[in-house]
Design a protein around this ligand. Structure first.
Ligand code: MF3
Ligand code: CO
Length: 273
């Protein structure tokens, strides 16, 4: 595989791209409530990105017809925004990509609209934890399989959830999808070696029930086979010696989430970024 290592200056530009996604998710987090449509969220996403001198990168990517992917409940990823109103107890993953100064940012966050119940809140919490467990392994000298194993260990083996096999994380840079692929399952010590300057989008997609999924006739919407909920968190990180550098920023999203009385929140896992 053809891995592209970024210089320190390029990583700083990518941090700005990742941060613009974080800021967009923060702006949206403040507006979430029952009764709004996912299409209205998508419109705001497009406006916010364009107001910040950037391009919504998902729009027209392989023909994708919206600014963002909005995946509610049993939708795993690539949900189409639409006229359906959110209701109390829905969980909603908002996945956003931007191109700023030629560099991609791409990350996602799952929110709970009101109370989805204890079981679903645990799925959200464990999926977010698994993302950080993966990031802990994203250090120079390790391999992709170390990240993958850590995510699978925490979600599948420890908590009995289903790890989606068909969709994976990826390298990120001047293109939305660069090498290597970053699966959320695998063997320790397997796969490509990690070197400083490799920027990755790590994105566990974790199902409450079966890991099996199907794609709807629209060619995009991916749903769980059993109709049970699925959660997706995604961070952009840069591989470094000893500790990965997280380019995206959940702390501002979590602050907006806590402030919005319509949202149920998880524990804050890594308030410093
Ligand atoms: N985070 C997803 C990914 O990395 C979103 C891509 S959706 C698409 O693949 F619309 F751009 F295809
Ligand atoms: Co991605």
């Amino acid at each position: 595989s053809m891995m592209i290592y970024k210089t320190n200056d390029q990583v700083e530009l990518m941090r700005q791209s990742a941060l613009l996604v974080s800021k967009t998710l923060t702006e949206i987090a403040g507006t979430l409530k029952p009764g709004i449509t996912t299409l209205s969220i998508d419109r705001k996403v497009g406006e916010f990105i364009k107001d910040h001198q950037a391009i919504p990168s998902f729009l027209n990517y392989n023909g994708y017809p919206f600014n963002s992917c909005i995946s509610v409940n049993d939708v795993v990823v690539h949900g189409f925004p639409g006229p359906k109103e959110l209701i109390e107890g829905d969980i909603i993953t908002i996945d956003i990509g931007v191109i700023l100064n030629g560099w991609h940012g791409d990350h996602a966050y799952t929110f709970a609209i009101g109370d989805p119940g204890e079981e679903v809140m645990k799925l959200i919490q464990v999926t977010k934890e698994s993302l950080y467990k993966g990031i802990e392994k994203a250090v120079a000298g390790n391999r992709i399989g170390d990240i993958a194993f850590a995510i699978q260990e925490h979600t599948e083996r420890k908590n009995g959830y289903g790890v989606v096999r068909e969709l994976v994380g990826h390298g990120l840079g001047r293109k939305l999808h660069e090498d290597p692929q970053v699966p959320n399952y695998g063997k320790r010590g397997s796969g490509p070696k990690l070197k400083e300057g490799l920027v990755l989008a790590i994105e566990p997609m974790i199902n409450m029930g079966t890991r099996d999924v199907y794609t709807e006739d629209d060619g995009w919407t991916v749903r769980t086979n059993d109709g049970k909920p699925s959660v997706h968190f995604e961070h952009d990180i840069c591989v470094r010696k000893g500790k990965a550098d997280i380019l995206s920023d959940y702390s501002i999203i979590e602050k907006a989430e806590k402030t919005n009385p319509n949202l149920f929140t998880q524990q804050i896992l890594q308030p410093l970024n």
